[in-house]
Ligand binder design. Structure first.
Ligand SMILES: Cc1ncc(COP(=O)(O)O)c(C=O)c1O
Length: 460
């Protein structure tokens, strides 16, 4: 049954296209895979026509407990009932204090001070300011394919030229190295003597790429040797996503600064934080004339802080983390055995419930090898997106990694169970069965684009 009338659905699309993001609506019209999602509950999304979808995106890794989980309802209700000032800055805020303490405890009290913020980008930007102010150095080293947000400061450490390009020149003294390459990292640290190395412990938008074993440990040692601070951006990997509360725990390496966002607010409120040691905080912001050189109006706001405390408690729950490990393993195993031998599948990999299926053109046969450069180029842009279109039509919401469109990245809520894993495996498997090679994908995607053009780029 429709949840929203056709006229209301049209009004939402038109209003959004006119006043929020014309390009996004236009883009959905290219392949006709627009949906108006009007409700979300648990691991499911519901569209305006009453259809249910399994959410394998979870707000790009924000809704870790699923949509509207009871724990957050309770935290929000209790917070509103308490009538604590929402935004203060005229004295210590109770809820921000509680969140700072909870974050410190979550790192075993190694990173004792939290600089609170709202978005992931703002918190990475905060880490960059902290690193400059604490070290007196200017530069940053980050990874090719790395993603740290879209604000002007953090774009300087963005690993993708397409996204960075329109806003250049950005901060000077920024260098990028291949993820996982110790030798390149050592050369960059020696040459640039940067204030900080900014690293995702598992590269998310770069395609769910796991580092070689020991890479984080070696990065720690290299940073210590070169006087560079180590910043782990756990905006996407944090809050249980990879099976531990923070991904850095997997290698037991503690950074100088830990950045958390997304799921800290549970997909309900914006909250993020850059955590650091007391010593580094003092060096950067400890003098009286620096007390106001960093901060923002909503930083540490009471409602966000209260939700974040509830999220931290829930995401650190051992049974949730066990579920992440078990379902993550089942998803990787299931996909590996169902599609691992498919000619277009290059690899299936994952860390907890950040799972990737990397696609590419097959390498067998003379024709395939000769055509590979051309097909690869097109495939890079089309394969992942087409798979997501077909998944949506099959009732699963997913997206390719934003920096590598040939990688299907699955980041469902951490609360999924085995039946959802089976649904994901079956859906991906059934679609890939339809497409034994990229040429058929290109044919069908091309036909769809043509059809959409004749329909004037209709939304769905
Ligand atoms: C690793 C990482 N850092 C930072 C960000 C930016 O977060 P936000 O979009 O909240 O600014 C993202 C967003 O996807 C991310 O994946």
């Amino acid at each position: 049954m429709r949840a929203v009338s056709e006229a209301d659905e049209r009004a939402i699309i038109d209003r959004y296209a006119r006043h929020v993001s014309p390009t996004f609506v236009r883009l959905l019209g290219v392949l006709g895979f627009g949906r108006v999602f009007v409700r979300a509950e648990g691991v499911h999304l519901y569209d305006s026509r009453g259809r249910r979808y399994l959410d394998a995106l979870a707000g790009f890794g924000s809704a870790n407990l699923g949509h509207h989980p009871p724990a957050l309802f309770e935290a929000i209700r209790a917070q509103l009932d308490a009538k604590e000032p929402g935004i203060l800055h005229a004295g210590p805020s109770q809820s921000a204090a509680r969140l700072g303490e909870a974050l410190a405890r979550a790192t075993g009290s190694k990173l004792e001070v939290s600089l609170l913020a709202l978005s992931g980008a703002e918190a990475v930007d905060t880490a960059m300011k902290l690193a400059r102010a604490a070290t007196g150095r200017r530069g940053f080293v980050s990874c090719e394919g790395g993603y740290h947000g879209l604000d002007l400061g953090v774009l300087s450490v963005m690993g993708n030229k397409r996204i960075r390009g329109p806003f250049e020149p950005l901060l000077e003294h920024c260098a990028r190295v291949p993820f996982g390459d110790d030798a390149a990292l050592e050369r960059a640290l020696a040459k640039h003597e940067p204030a900080a190395l900014i690293l995702e412990p598992v590269m998310g938008e770069g395609g769910a790429v796991l580092p070689p074993k020991g890479y984080l440990e070696r990065a720690r040692q290299l940073c210590d040797r070169h006087g560079t601070l180590l910043v782990f951006d756990e905006v996407q990997t944090g809050m249980g996503r990879t099976g531990t509360l923070f991904a850095f725990e997997r290698e037991g390496v503690t950074p100088d600064v830990l950045v958390v966002g997304k799921a800290l607010g549970g997909g309900v409120v914006p909250v993020s934080a850059a955590l650091t040691t007391r010593a580094l905080y003092e060096r950067a912001f400890g003098s009286m004339d620096r007390f106001d050189v960093h901060g923002s109006t909503y930083a540490g706001y009471a409602l966000g802080s209260a939700v974040a405390c509830a999220m931290l408690e829930s995401c650190a729950n051992p049974s949730l983390l066990e579920n992440v490990c078990a379902q993550g393993r089942a998803l990787v195993d299931g996909l590996s055995s169902r599609v691992g031998q498919h000619p277009m599948v290059r690899s299936v990999r994952g860390a907890g419930l950040m799972v990737a299926v990397e696609l590419g053109s097959p390498r067998e046969g003379l024709w395939q090898r000769m055509m590979a450069p051309i097909v690869d180029n097109v495939a890079e842009k089309v394969l992942g997106q087409w798979l997501c279109v077909k998944l949506l039509e099959a009732g699963v919401v997913a997206q390719p990694a934003t920096q590598r469109w040939n990688v299907l990245k699955l980041t469902p809520p951490l609360t999924i169970d085995r039946s959802h894993v089976r649904e994901l495996v079956d859906s991906v498997g059934a679609i890939l069965d339809e497409y034994p090679d990229p040429v058929r994908v290109l044919r069908d995607a091309g036909l769809r684009v043509g059809e959409q053009l004749t329909r004037g780029g209709a939304f769905r």
